[in-house]
Design a protein around this ligand. Structure first.
Ligand code: SF4
Length: 236
């Protein structure tokens, strides 16, 4: 019988973390990325896959080696440079808006000053920015600033619902709020990376490979087919 629990708890998140760690180990902590680069990359990742995100980013940096070049160019040129990543009009506008805001707020195209700010202060400052939703902000906090934050992409949301950590129907914004403080200190990055790997390799949106799954005892989705539910994917 799978364990069923509807409200998230540290203990359950911990159980998921330990089960994934037993399978995949603990991925190495990445060295912090440049905060502005991270934000631009994350804007480019919206509604596309990693490959096209990376192609769009490489093309953007090739066309505009400095961020000031992006601001100086017409939006249509920026849009053309990132077309491979999809939604290029919207993303080009958001990137330029982010760069303009950064320059105005910090007096340079540089977000290193965020390292000296408290996490709550950063959230309050950046949440109103277009294109900087809870996932983007959590990625910035975790991967660039080394803070305790837990980004929930489509894999994380789907799997955490199947494992009864998050309730079905929860929005991505609520889920980010709920997960805050549930992950053991220092475990956000490995758990996030392991969930993504697990989602890609086994717990697919459609047709998860349930037989022999090492997380079966925690799962409330086991045995169901994708015809009934795919576990709430697609909200990241
Ligand atoms: Fe995913 Fe199936 Fe494993 Fe549940 S039993 S976690 S649905 S692969």
């Amino acid at each position: 019988m799978p364990e069923i629990r509807r409200s998230p708890s540290r203990r359950r998140v911990d159980a998921v973390d330990r089960a994934l760690e037993a399978v995949y180990g603990s991925p190495e902590q990445r060295s912090p990325d440049d905060p502005l680069d991270t934000l631009v990359l994350t804007i480019l990742s919206q509604n596309t896959n990693d490959l096209n995100r990376d192609r769009a980013y490489a093309s953007l940096r090739e066309e505009f080696p400095e961020w000031r070049d992006v601001l100086a160019a017409p939006t249509s040129k920026v849009e053309a440079a990132i077309r491979v990543g999809g939604l290029s009009r919207q993303k080009s506008l958001r990137i330029r808006e982010l760069l303009r805001w950064t320059s105005k707020r910090f007096g340079a195209l540089d977000l290193e000053a965020l390292r000296d700010m408290e996490t709550d202060e950063i959230r309050t400052l950046m949440e109103p920015l277009k294109g900087v939703g809870p996932k983007t902000l959590s990625i910035l906090l975790l991967f660039s600033l080394g803070r305790e934050a837990f980004p929930l992409d489509t894999h994380c949301l789907r799997i955490l619902k199947r494992l009864a950590v998050l309730p079905e129907g929860i929005t991505a914004t609520e889920a980010h709020r709920v997960m805050d403080g549930l992950v053991r200190p220092g475990r956000s990055m490995p758990l996030h990376l392991n969930l993504i790997r697990f989602g890609r390799e086994r717990c697919h949106a459609r047709g998860p490979e349930c037989p022999g799954c090492p997380l079966k005892r925690l799962c409330i989705f086991e045995g169901k087919t994708s015809k009934r539910s795919s576990g709430g994917h697609g909200t990241a």
